[in-house]
Design a protein around this ligand. Structure first.
Ligand code: BEZ
Length: 238
């Protein structure tokens, strides 16, 4: 919720409960984040319908939706356009746009209409020095308990990297499942970080009796987690 106290605007931050709202979307009304309890959800904004960067992003996200769903994650888009604009834009994408081998792309996840900008403002998606009438490209990762776990912002001119968004989702889920942290550029199968004393418990506490930890110094310990193990425990795949 946006709160203005002595000109200080409060916007949601990592660790906060995701502000709740109801909204009209291309898939009917939603009650956010209540309808998504038990699922991860990525709430993301785009500046405007019928614009090229946003079109390339929607096609990419739609193509990857199944992959996100298989990681127990739902997608929800938002812009400050109205419902009929959203519907017309998504129909045009399906009927006319062919891009990077993608065509006939149907967007099946909900796209919120936010002509009042209430939701966009509440979530800090309107960043007036970038544009006061359009949302920036914000991405909120919200966990199954409705807690904001990661926020990424991109400016209007920069299309997002959707492989990175998927990597972030899997890294967050892996950190939760194994009680570890993930190092720079981590991907499933890479060694993970056993948090040192003073961060999230001692490395020793985190070992759960495992003998495969490698410590380079007291503050930097790693251990392997196989890609198979991530697939099995995080993605629930054999
Ligand atoms: C685009 O998606 O292409 C776009 C939208 C707003 C400003 C600039 C680019």
């Amino acid at each position: 919720m946006e709160q203005t106290t002595q000109n200080v605007i409060s916007i949601p931050r990592i660790g906060d409960k995701a502000p709740s709202f109801t909204a009209v979307t291309t898939q009917g009304e939603i009650n956010f984040p209540g309808d998504y309890k038990g699922n991860w959800v990525i709430l993301f904004s785009h500046p405007a319908d019928f614009t090229p960067v946003c079109t390339s992003e929607f096609m990419t996200f739609a193509k990857m939706e199944k992959q996100f769903n298989e990681a127990n994650c739902k997608l929800v888009g938002l812009s400050v356009d109205g419902l009929y604009s959203h519907i017309a834009w998504l129909r045009t994408i399906k009927e006319k746009i062919e891009y990077k081998g993608m065509k006939n792309v149907e967007v099946n996840f909900p796209l919120i209409e936010d002509i009042t900008m209430n939701v966009a403002k509440t979530y800090g998606m309107i960043q007036p020095n970038e544009d006061s009438t359009k949302a920036v490209r914000a991405v909120f990762f919200i966990d199954p308990k409705g807690i904001i776990r990661t926020i990424i912002y991109y400016p209007l001119s920069l299309g997002r990297n959707f492989d990175e968004l998927y990597r972030v989702l899997i890294a967050l889920q892996t950190a939760d499942e194994f009680n570890i942290a993930t190092p720079a550029d981590w991907r499933p199968g890479d060694d993970v970080i056993v948090p040192p004393a003073g961060s999230c418990g001692t490395a020793k506490d985190r070992m759960d009796g495992k003998e495969d930890m490698k410590c380079y110094d007291w503050f930097f310990c790693t251990r392997p987690i196989s890609k198979d193990n991530v697939m099995k425990r995080v993605l629930k795949k054999k």
